[in-house]
Design a protein around this ligand. Structure first.
Ligand SMILES: [Zn+2]
Length: 255
């Protein structure tokens, strides 16, 4: 193949792909409809396969994606932030679809169960009287606000975890970004976990309602214990793989 001027960056490209920017040399046949269709099919299946591969590894092999990213094998998987965003979208989509709220605590839960419920109730009653509103109105404003705050919280959690992990593994002398990638992968898994727990709970409640049984309120603490146990197990496995920690040391750091 003769050397040509790269249409992307202008440098001389002796091969099919430009060494400077990666642009591929175009031939007249590349503008055929058949080539276009093949390229379109490839881009869709590529995305699918890397997405599925990333999700599978994220769930089944804790820490592997972080290791692969740091090692430099990045083309086979979605980049950490993209994967996190996909999980984020999946979580909030499933949450709105099933009307579950694993992450958020709507107003009525506050009013009924919170240890400071008397204070909350008094504040809410005062506000309602002041603005001449009903409790339904107040919940309609309060619930979306809590939900929006929960979304912000999820985004800020990853850098916080990264800082904590960096402090724990200060001796490993790694770049901060390595800890950040570790944290982003963990929260991507966390969101998937919440989404599946929320979906399972919603379908269980749904079928109980259909059967006519009174849907028992699953206590927040039971749910909390299940989530905490899964997250600890996952963190333990990830730490072992990414930081190569001994069993006892990894277990200690997970607490
Ligand atoms: Zn180029």
């Amino acid at each position: 193949m003769p050397a040509h001027a790269c249409p992307g960056c202008g440098s001389v490209a002796p091969m099919r792909f430009c060494a400077a920017c990666g642009e591929e040399q175009v031939h007249a046949r590349d503008l055929s409809l058949r080539h276009f269709a093949r390229e379109a099919a490839a881009s869709v299946t590529d995305l699918d396969s890397s997405l599925l591969r990333s999700l599978g590894s994220l769930v089944a092999r804790p820490g592997l994606l972080t290791c692969e990213y740091v090692r430099g094998s990045r083309r086979r998987f979605l980049p950490p932030l993209k994967l996190f965003l996909v999980c984020n979208v999946a979580f909030f989509f499933l949450e709105s679809l099933t009307h579950s709220s694993v992450l958020t605590t709507p107003l009525n839960v506050y009013l009924r169960f919170a240890p400071f419920k008397d204070v909350v109730a008094a504040v809410v009653a005062a506000r309602l009287a002041q603005r001449h509103l009903t409790a339904g109105h107040y919940a309609a404003v309060f619930d979306p606000m809590v939900r929006a705050q929960a979304k912000t919280l999820v985004i800020t959690m990853a850098p916080m975890l990264a800082l904590a992990v960096q402090a724990l593994f200060a001796r490993s002398r790694r770049f901060f970004v390595e800890h950040l990638v570790f944290a982003v992968h963990f929260y991507a898994f966390f969101l998937l976990l919440l989404a599946s727990v929320g979906t399972v709970l919603a379908s269980v409640y749904g079928s109980m309602k259909v059967l006519g049984a009174a849907p028992a309120e699953l206590s927040d603490s039971t749910l909390g214990v299940v989530l905490l146990a899964s997250c600890t197990a996952y963190l333990y496995a990830s730490v072992r793989r990414v930081y190569g920690d001994g069993r006892a040391s990894a277990a200690a750091k997970c607490w």
